[in-house]
Design a protein. Structure first.
Length: 462
């Protein structure tokens, strides 16, 4: 068989509970945290999980945009990419999975938000391509809602503010100019151009990250849906961890119904455009030899634990969707419960594709065997770690337990099977003593292995 193509559909700040394929893995109370029946139907993304594999314990290496994206493309933790917080450029000279594929004769393209080029905004077609040879439609920063093409084919932000600069407004965008649709159309053009050679395309859709606005009809599609407060939103503040940061700008005192409705609208628009891409691959006879991945950089708490946005070790923030389809190679309906972070993506996808060249000095694991095996359920107790951008919290997690160390509180250990809401600290419970000690030892060992600064400075309480 010829070399497989690779198509990555990557979203921004995407809560995994908004996808039907993830709700199918949960108990009803976890699947519908905003109320019974409150959901978005996502049949196209769900089809990838049905016809391929879904990962139920995939985490961001650091649950904010730039650090997670840097780890995803490089296979390195933030300490090695220099990108420990947003708006820091990716270290020059790093080899990405795209660079490896380019060396192997792949046509490589990137479209959408990059957020690894420093502070440029929007910053179309950054000078440093990091292996993505066609980066015409890549921009550095900004959640633009309306895009266009100039006569010479150069992209631009079509919505303008009162000073004539680019604006993150829908501004009458339609199915041709709204960013999710626009990026999909450009993706289909690149597929058509490169269909007779092996290609790697990564399309990075900036939704459903805020601002929570979307084009018609998605803007009113969920206008009658009423969202209830998640159970964790009403949990007493005094019983929450000290690292919770209650009272800052991301504190959620109540749900904004309109914001929630439009978030769902953005997700629905994304799913419809995933459907466009999948239909195009099938119509062109490319679906059988194209690996399709749907994933995100981090989540969005959407009111859980009285929080909006990301940056926390809670599941809604740190856990990301990851589904992958390759007909005939990855068993349909496979569920992978092994814990991974975004550093594992590069080494594993190259292994799945049969590429012998590796990302130099990658921190991530090549676990291609888990995806290519005939097993329908893959369980492993592997422990992975992640850090927040300020190193205020460090987390170790596997498919059942999560340990959080911080600078300002005693350790917190969660049993995610018995306590999926992450409300009860069992760290001092005698029943969990051995688990707590094993997790702490493994977390400290991994931090030492990768020169994690929080450990080096001796600031964590444990």
């Amino acid at each position: 068989m010829s070399k497989p193509n690779l198509l990555i559909i990557h979203t921004d700040e995407h809560n995994f509970r908004t996808l039907g394929c993830y709700r199918d893995l949960m108990t009803e109370d976890q699947a519908f945290v905003w109320g019974p029946g409150v959901k978005v139907d996502t049949p196209h993304i769900d089809s990838l999980a049905r016809d391929g594999a879904i990962c139920d314990s995939y985490y961001s290496s650091s649950p904010v945009c730039s650090p997670s994206r840097a780890s995803f493309v490089s296979g390195l933790y933030p300490i090695a990419t220099d990108v420990y917080k947003n708006d820091i450029p990716l270290k020059e000279g790093l080899i990405t999975f795209a660079e490896v594929l380019k060396n192997q004769g792949y046509a490589t393209s990137y479209l959408g938000k990059w957020h690894l080029g420093g502070e440029a905004k929007p910053g179309f077609a950054p000078e440093h391509k990091f292996g993505f040879e066609d980066n015409r439609y890549m921009w550095n920063r900004g959640h633009w809602k309306k895009l266009g093409l100039k006569e010479d084919g150069t992209p631009y932000v079509a919505a303008r503010n009162n000073r004539g600069g680019p604006a993150s407004r829908v501004d009458g965008a339609d199915e041709k100019s709204f960013t999710t649709d626009w990026l999909t159309t450009r993706t289909l053009e690149i597929i058509e151009r490169d269909q007779n050679q092996p290609f790697c395309i990564m399309v990075s859709i900036p939704d459903p990250h805020g601002p929570n606005t979307v084009r018609a009809p998605y803007d009113t599609m969920y206008k009658d849906m009423v969202f209830q407060n998640p159970r964790t939103m009403d949990f007493p503040v005094e019983k929450m961890p000290k690292w919770h940061r209650f009272g800052d700008r991301n504190t959620a005192y109540e749900l904004n119904q309109r914001q929630m409705q439009r978030y769902f609208g953005m997700v629905k628009c994304i799913d419809d455009n995933v459907g466009r891409i999948l239909a195009d691959l099938e119509a062109g006879g490319l679906d059988q030899n194209t690996i399709v991945i749907f994933t995100a950089d981090h989540g969005d708490l959407m009111g859980e634990h009285r929080r909006h946005n990301k940056g926390m070790p809670y599941e809604g923030s740190a856990k990301i969707p990851f589904v992958i389809r390759w007909p005939g190679k990855i068993a349909p309906g496979k569920v992978v419960n092994t814990a991974y972070t975004t550093v594992d993506f590069g080494p594993t996808i190259l292994g799945i594709m049969g590429i012998e060249e590796e990302i130099p000095n990658a921190h991530g694991l090549n676990d291609a065997a888990a995806f290519l095996s005939d097993e329908k359920v893959v369980d492993d107790d592997r422990i992975v770690y992640m850090t927040t951008s300020t190193s205020q919290t460090i987390m170790a997690v596997n498919r059942r337990y999560k340990l959080v160390l911080s600078q300002i509180d005693d350790p917190w250990l969660y049993d995610l099977h018995k306590d999926p809401d992450e409300l009860v600290n069992v760290y001092s419970d005698p029943e969990y003593k051995e688990i707590a000690e094993n997790f702490k030892a493994e977390l400290i060992a991994q931090m030492a292995r990768y020169n994690e600064p929080a450990l080096r400075k001796g600031r964590l309480i444990y």
